[in-house]
Design a protein around this ligand. Structure first.
Ligand code: GAL
Length: 320
């Protein structure tokens, strides 16, 4: 008798589980995702966590998700978005190659009645006002810049190794079309000025978020300005990892005669911070951002009310 009861209970449990799966599949939205460039270190962490969370934690069947590489080419990405629209997906999660294309993307999606969750590259406020069926999930870029500047202002010599009374800096920028690059560049320096420090820009060039370019630019700056340089700011960690190599090659020592800052808190960068080979970085929370983007995508697809913006905080990372 006991065995029979156990068997019946097991069967009932299996059926419930099966029904659960079947109903998740029937109701789960079809999601089109385009990432500006798979080769980007930070966006690789982000997209892997996004898909993992959607499938493993939110139960969206893998076959409902189409994720594609924009290859840093807006024309290519526009085709991908048009395919999602033709395919009538329920919602799109888009990391645009160029935010300047957001107006046309919003209009096309709106005409097809497909909601969009923009991630990582914030469209202008003007474009965000074009539709009620869109949202942005990201972090306040200004905050990451401010944190970088504050880390330098909080050092013992307040960012002045050569003792000339100014913070002489090199700025290695991401893609300048991008709000993150613009605001990190602006606010890192603003934080120094707000702390009452004098600043002097020696060098500023775009490294497009790329490690190799970061290394090349830092090497060029180090050759050109040598010990005049107090600080190298990089708009992200990939470029800072490159700069760390250039600093070592130039025989300079972080913390002893130069400071080096990044953003993202990639594992490799956090390791360098712990070893003293980078002064600091700022955690760009890809987990918080990807989870929020996924949660909001499901809400929006279910026709629930959503906010226009969802913000995730940055966190300072230093050896302490
Ligand atoms: C930034 C990130 C960079 C790069 C960029 C791409 O938020 O810090 O490393 O991934 O996004 O848009």
């Amino acid at each position: 008798m006991k065995k029979l009861v156990a068997l019946v209970m097991t069967l009932a449990l299996c059926l419930t589980a099966l029904c659960g799966v079947a109903s998740a599949e029937a109701t789960a939205p079809r999601i089109g995702i385009s990432i500006y460039q798979y080769a980007d270190n930070f966006m690789t962490l982000y997209r892997e966590e996004l898909v993992r969370y959607l499938t493993e934690e939110l139960g969206v069947p893998a076959e409902n998700i189409t994720i594609v590489d924009g290859k840093n080419d807006q024309a290519e990405q526009t085709n991908q978005i048009n395919n999602f629209i033709a395919d009538n997906v329920d919602v799109m999660i888009l990391n645009l190659v160029q935010t300047s294309s957001s107006a046309s993307v919003i209009q096309a999606a709106d005409a097809a009645g497909i909601p969009v969750v923009f991630i990582n590259r914030e469209p202008s406020a003007e474009d965000m006002a074009l539709s009620d069926n869109i949202t942005y999930v990201g972090a306040h870029a200004s905050q990451s810049g401010t944190f970088q500047g504050e880390i330098v202002a909080e050092t013992e010599n307040k960012g002045d190794f050569n003792g000339n009374g100014t913070v002489d800096y090199v700025m290695i920028m991401g893609d300048p079309e991008n709000v993150d690059a613009q605001q990190r560049t602006e606010y890192s320096i603003k934080a120094l000025e707000d702390a009452g420090l004098k600043v002097n820009k020696l060098f500023e060039q775009r490294g497009d978020w790329d490690q190799t370019k970061g290394q090349e630019l830092a090497a060029t700056a180090l050759t050109q300005f040598g010990t005049d340089i107090d600080v190298i700011f990089c708009n992200n960690d990939a470029m800072a990892l490159g700069a760390a190599q250039a600093i070592a090659d130039a025989g300079r020592v972080v913390g002893e005669d130069i400071y080096l800052l990044g953003v993202d808190a990639l594992d490799e960068a956090v390791e360098l911070v712990n070893e003293g080979k980078m002064t600091g970085t700022v955690l760009n929370d890809h987990i918080g951002q990807s989870h929020t983007a996924a949660d909001v995508a499901l809400k929006i697809a279910a026709g629930e009310q959503i906010e226009k913006y969802y913000w995730v905080d940055y966190v300072k990372v230093t050896a302490e």
